[in-house]
Ligand binder design. Structure first.
Ligand code: OAD
Length: 249
């Protein structure tokens, strides 16, 4: 089938759906200038070791290094603007109101594009929380002069970015909602994820098992492709606006 026919079929599936779940990953924000994690050439994990930067143990060993790295990532995210893929997904939510976005991304580009119901599975990089037992959310206080992370105003432990690190649990309310949605949706649109990190990567398989159609948007084959009924093999910012145009026609 040609990509044009795939786009048409994807629009028909979305049109007929009662409940749509959209699962997004780093690929949806790539065209906004935020690097993905696993792209071979320019993925973040091709250049940096997650064990040194994105685990609770790494933060305990070297809080300044981890804080510095997140300061760099925060600056990338704060400069980024939503791209046509984020805009198209916000339009989809307006056309089909029973559409909920589940994202693995720690940016807020879906919200900036106008999306309202967004489940964040991996936290929000712009927020801080206490790394100690009190775990309280904290404002974005700058680091001390020597570059060490700021301290929690309540208990004095270091603050940390409010993101999920390797080896940590996902926020339970977000995961619970996402898992329920995977069981209930009749279409799951999976955009820009390699499908390598669980439990998020298990959501499309759960949706499929419960009878949902899976539509994938990814320029390359991923571990989701084998269960996708339709694979739109293109950049999200190019193809999603075409799906919306087809849905409107
Ligand atoms: P990955 O970097 O693993 O995968 C990104 C996917 O996006 C790849 O399959 C690319 O082919 C695809 N892609 C690249 N450009 C695209 C474009 N323009 N349009 C559509 N797709 C494109 O990122 P995730 O699957 O999101 O975890 O990674 C999952 C988790 O691993 C992240 O949330 C992060 C990371 O470690 C945490 O931060 C907890």
């Amino acid at each position: 089938m040609s990509i044009k026919q795939d786009i048409q079929q994807a629009a028909e599936r979305l049109q007929a759906a009662q409940q749509i779940a959209v699962l997004t990953g780093a690929g949806v924000s790539k065209e906004s200038g935020i690097p993905t994690f696993r792209d071979a050439m320019d993925g973040i994990w091709a250049k940096y070791d997650p064990a040194e930067l994105a685990t609770p143990e790494a933060f305990q060993r070297n809080p300044k290094l981890v804080w510095d790295w997140y300061t760099w990532r925060r600056s990338l995210v704060s400069q980024a603007q939503p791209n046509p893929a984020h805009v198209a997904l916000a339009q989809l939510q307006r056309i089909k109101s029973a559409t909920i976005i589940i994202t693995q991304n720690v940016d807020d580009l879906h919200e900036q594009a106008g999306s309202e119901d967004v489940i964040h599975l991996h936290g929000n990089i712009a927020r801080n929380r206490c790394s100690g037992d009190c775990g309280e959310e904290a404002p974005a206080i700058p680091a001390d002069d020597d570059g060490t992370p700021p301290r929690c105003p309540s208990c004095g432990a270091y603050l940390r970015p409010d993101v999920v690190w390797f080896g940590e649990s996902l926020p339970s309310d977000a995961l619970f909602r996402a898992a329920k949605l995977a069981e209930q949706c009749d279409v799951m649109l999976v955009v820009g994820t390699s499908g390598m990190v669980y439990p998020a990567a298990g959501l499309p398989a759960s949706a499929r098992k419960h009878g949902s159609h899976i539509i994938e948007v990814n320029p390359v084959a991923s571990s989701i492709s084998t269960i996708a009924e339709i694979h739109l093999q293109a950049a999200a910012g190019e193809v999603l606006p075409q799906v919306i145009a087809e849905l409107r026609s």
